[in-house]
Design a protein. Structure first.
Length: 74
């Protein structure tokens, strides 16, 4: 699970760099490519939820998922 999380975070970073460099390179197509790569990388929310579900007890699961959702709003 750590490798998957690291891979998705790396994809988000790469997508952000591609997206951000589109204006400097005068390449509007990089906006689409950058957003595509970043959106694939945004699957890390599902990976984090899986981790919380697999490590929390049934009693504390709702509170843990709620805390995860609040932390991902930024």
């Amino acid at each position: 699970m750590k490798r998957m999380l690291a891979c998705t975070i790396l994809m988000q970073i790469c997508g952000g760099i591609i997206y951000g460099s589109a204006e400097a390179l005068s390449a509007p197509s990089l906006i689409i490519v950058g957003r595509f790569v970043a959106e694939i990388g945004s699957t890390n929310i599902a990976i984090c939820q899986k981790f919380v579900i697999s490590t929390s007890s049934l009693k504390n699961r709702s509170a843990a998922i709620a805390a995860l959702q609040v932390s991902s709003l930024s």
